[in-house]
Design a protein. Structure first.
Length: 285
């Protein structure tokens, strides 16, 4: 009677292990996709006029005269929204006009000013105000909000997590395998560090410019030429989520490695001669 009961217990144990492995695999996949997608969204703010990216920006420069200019910029892109333009810029349509540049860092402030003037058909007065806003935005992009940490973080998440997943499917006592495992773990740690640097560093930079607290409660910073600097919380919320998913990904991968090591130890057959245990351990190491 004890044997069928033991068989049932072993069967339930196997099913529980399979279910837990499936859950961990789904969590790993979800965390990986979320970390990569959110990391990409952190980078693509203001690369197009679509609402999905134009509402993601590190800061907004606002000039309000007889016309209204809003220049939003992310780590690379920048979008200009203009309303109330005088002729000939407004033309037959007096509604809002917008134009985005995929990579503001690749061009000088003068080249960007000329490009926006041609695309929006600006006259001299709004053109001068936009040129001043572009110069300020270029300064903030170059000297305050670094692009390297978020970009490298996304690349390292992809490379290191794939290396760790491959290492989970195979094991070897060879030094090359152990060295590869160590390198992938170090790259994962660096990815987490860069994700946190992006999240905390950009938030601290924005708080240093505008003061702490929610964006809705912070007064805009007044620069020269009547330029106001303000921000919203959406970009920083996405960065929080990206860093959290990156940390979660490597925590789950660590749990999978611990489980696999435990399973390997349980499946290892005991030695017939315990006096040779030291020798066997030396061979496996």
């Amino acid at each position: 009677m004890a044997k069928p009961e033991r068989t049932n217990i072993q069967g339930r144990s196997r099913r529980t292990k399979r279910l837990s492995r499936l859950v961990l695999a789904l969590l790993t996949t979800s965390a990986f996709i979320a970390a990569v997608v959110l990391g990409a969204f952190v980078l693509v703010g203001c690369v197009s006029t679509s609402r999905a990216t134009s509402d993601l920006f590190l800061a907004e420069l606002h000039v309000n005269k007889t016309y209204d200019i809003r220049l939003r910029f992310g780590y690379f892109g920048g979008c200009v929204l203009m309303t109330g333009l005088p002729p000939p810029a407004a033309g037959a349509d007096s509604g809002a006009q917008s134009y985005c540049v995929v990579n503001m860092r690749a061009s000088s402030a003068d080249d960007l000013s000329q490009e926006f003037r041609e695309k929006l058909g600006l006259s001299d007065s709004p053109q001068a105000a936009l040129a001043a806003a572009l110069a300020a935005a270029k300064h903030l992009q170059a000297d305050v909000f670094a692009w390297e940490p978020p970009l490298v973080a996304v690349l390292l998440v992809v490379v290191s997590s794939l290396m760790l997943v491959v290492a989970l499917t195979a094991a070897s006592p060879r030094r090359r395998y152990k060295a590869t495992l160590l390198v992938s773990a170090l790259l994962g740690g660096l990815a987490v560090a860069l994700a946190l640097t992006t999240d905390i560093g950009s938030r601290q930079a924005a708080n240093a410019l505008l003061g702490g607290g929610a964006a809705a409660t912070v007064a805009p910073l007044v620069l020269g030429d009547g330029i106001l600097v303000q921000r919203t919380d959406l970009q920083y919320v996405v960065q929080d989520a990206s860093a959290a998913c990156t940390i979660l990904l490597y925590v789950i991968l660590g749990v999978l490695f611990v489980r696999r090591t435990a399973d390997d130890d349980n499946n290892r057959k005991p030695l017939a001669f315990p006096q040779f245990a030291f020798f066997a351990n030396g061979v496996h190491s």
